[in-house]
Ligand binder design. Sequence first.
Ligand SMILES: *[C@@H]1O[C@H](CO)[C@@H](O)[C@H](O)[C@H]1NC(C)=O
Ligand SMILES: *[C@@H]1O[C@H](CO)[C@@H](O)[C@H](O)[C@H]1NC(C)=O
Ligand SMILES: *[C@@H]1O[C@H](CO)[C@@H](O)[C@H](O)[C@H]1NC(C)=O
Length: 207
Amino acid sequence: MLQHPQVKGPGVGLLGFSLGADICLSMASFLKNISATVSINGSGSSGNSTIHYKQISIPPLGLDLKRIKVTFSGILDIVDIRNDIVEKFENPSIIPIEKAQGPILFIAGQDDHNWRSDLNVQTASERLQAHGKEKPRIILYPGTGHYIEPPYFSVCPASVHKLFNKVVIWGGELRAHSKAQVDAWKQILSFFSQHLGGTHKGVSPKL
Ligand SMILES: *[C@@H]1O[C@H](CO)[C@@H](O)[C@H](O)[C@H]1NC(C)=O
Ligand SMILES: *[C@@H]1O[C@H](CO)[C@@H](O)[C@H](O)[C@H]1NC(C)=O
Ligand SMILES: *[C@@H]1O[C@H](CO)[C@@H](O)[C@H](O)[C@H]1NC(C)=O
């Protein structure tokens, strides 16, 4: 990306959602020239498999399928299956985000049914501060589920989860979630324009 003729450099911004957010947080922690990162409902830890970078491996937190709940409609609720982060921010499964060069914006829905995003964000924030970093920017949206997409995408309340090959609920109330999607997009654009030296102010999404 840094060599792409349309990329101004010297750094790039990363935006990821869910597992993609954890990949972005890992890239920001280990790779150079990442100037700003946005994590939308990332877990901040290594979840179902080990993250490898050169000699470093971050072990998975692990999960317990016995904690899956089945809702009355037969759809799974997996919000409690991940193991607790027992040693809090020093847990070895947490991505070492304090190594990131640039700032991180955490966006989380308080009705996320994939995992406890708000708790994960809290742990990430404590870890950054314990390592002498500034408190990161955190935006929590009430009534918002896991699947925070760009504005005006229809709210996805449930869909097939690849890990289980079954339908799981993602959470979110229609109105609150839709409003969060519109607001989150504005916040992301302004964060990137602030930290990637954007020239145009108040960029409006063409959606
Ligand atoms: C990475 O950042 C450094 C410091 O800003 C810069 O000198 C270098 O050119 C950048 N690398 C690339 C590939 O853009
Ligand atoms: C990953 O998920 C599968 C369930 O699909 C589970 O059987 C396995 O134990 C999980 N592995 C870890 C390390 O959590
Ligand atoms: C996912 O993000 C939404 C808002 O973006 C937040 O309300 C929700 O709590 C998050 N989920 C988790 C598990 O953090």
